[in-house]
Design a protein around this ligand. Structure first.
Ligand code: FE2
Length: 379
């Protein structure tokens, strides 16, 4: 079955919509976690991030501590509360470790706020200027699904290491990068019947357009099913697939996520690499666990995707999946969840022309997830 590409009906509306919220990319992702210090160490050790910035007691914060790590264009903030009764602590109590903020890099944080709020976004942070000796940053923010928020970051007048209030985090421990480049896409799971609500939200309030949709006939196994639509901003730098569960014989992986996260949230973050074989060999060495794909997947993979540059052996040894669309092919692999609850996981992706999301692999992938659910007793 072919991927459906749906265009918005009114292209004029789409073109003008692209203008009101030009996003220059993902500025950072902030996680609320139980132990930010140890989580930062994990992202350095396992995923090859480097120490970037720190804010906490020693910089004058009383309620939280944040560690920022970086690899190429990807910046992650790991934040923990310093006492009970905080909003951060409540978030962790309810959701476990998870993504709180997906921040966008913009030229005008105030306009981003005004335009999105005017179109129905719920305000999270009124436009505010933060300043230190390195310059100033303007920020604003809106709510999206669940307790997740988007922050708009305007940093044209700032030349510090990260954001005002942060100091450079110097560390003696600097593991090598593993070649992670940028955030390719971030997937949200929302409740049954809510996918279109959030598709409309990204369309209307943020001016995104829908580039792909999958229904339960595309994505189903004997047990599980889901529906998904992919929303993209105008320049394609920010892509958000949104999933909702569909009826299957047993509990879908989306329902499992919603049960354990106790609501909608970010399901996986796909990170791009230029050399997936090298990156995945490194991740394996560093203890990152991936979903197991049966070796039978590789028996007919070349019949399905045609000629590829890579040898099939290392792909099979590492469990890397391959898919092709009209524009090229892609290589991808999925980690197991990276926290005790079966919630957030990562995708490593290398695009060789393909702009799609690996639909041809969904069945193999879902069967792999179901084997894990079976082991957890949640299928
Ligand atoms: Fe993905």
């Amino acid at each position: 079955m072919d991927v459906k590409t749906e265009k918005l009906e009114n292209t004029d509306q789409m073109n003008s919509a692209e203008d009101f919220l030009p996003l220059k990319g993902t500025d950072y992702i902030e996680y609320y976690v139980g132990n930010a210090k140890q989580a930062a160490h994990y992202y350095k050790t396992a995923f090859g991030f480097q120490s970037l910035a720190y804010a906490g007691l020693s910089t004058g914060l009383k309620d939280r501590e944040s560690y920022v790590v970086v690899q190429d264009k990807i910046r992650l903030i790991l934040t923990s509360p310093l006492h009970s009764g905080t909003e951060i602590g409540e978030h962790i109590d309810k959701h476990g470790d998870g993504v709180k903020v997906v921040a966008f890099w913009v030229d005008d944080a105030e306009k981003s706020f005004n335009e999105t709020v005017k179109r129905g976004a719920k305000p999270y942070l009124e436009p505010v200027v933060e300043e230190d000796e390195h310059g100033k940053v303007k920020k604003s923010g809106i709510h999206t699904y669940g307790d997740t928020v988007h922050i708009f970051i305007e940093r044209t007048e700032y030349n510090g290491c990260f954001l005002p209030g942060y100091v450079k985090w110097e560390s003696n421990y600097n593991p090598d990068s593993i070649g992670l480049k940028y955030v390719d896409h971030m997937v949200g799971n929302v409740e049954l019947g809510e996918m279109n609500t959030w598709v409309d939200f990204y369309g209307q309030a943020l001016g995104f357009s829908q580039i792909v949709s999958f229904d339960d006939k595309d994505i189903s196994t004997d047990y599980t099913a889901l529906m998904s639509k992919v929303m993209s901003n105008g320049n394609g730098k920010v892509k958000f697939p949104i999933n909702e569960p569909a009826a299957g014989k047993k509990k879908s992986q989306i329902e499992e996520y919603l049960d354990f996260y106790e609501g909608p949230g970010i399901q996986h973050i796909a990170i791009a690499t230029d050399d997936i074989i090298k990156t995945v060999i490194e991740l394996n060495k560093r203890g990152v666990e991936f979903l197991y794909v049966p070796t039978s997947y590789y028996d007919d993979v070349l019949d399905r995707v045609g000629k590829i540059d890579e040898d099939i052996e290392p792909l099979r040894d590492l469990g890397i999946l391959v898919d092709r669309d009209e524009e090229g092919y892609l290589l991808q692999i999925f980690t197991k969840p990276v926290e005790p609850r079966p919630t957030l996981f990562y995708e490593i992706i290398q695009r060789k022309g393909a702009k799609s999301f690996g639909k041809g692999n969904f069945k193999a992938l879902f069967e792999a997830i179901e084997r894990e659910q079976e082991l957890r007793g949640t299928l």
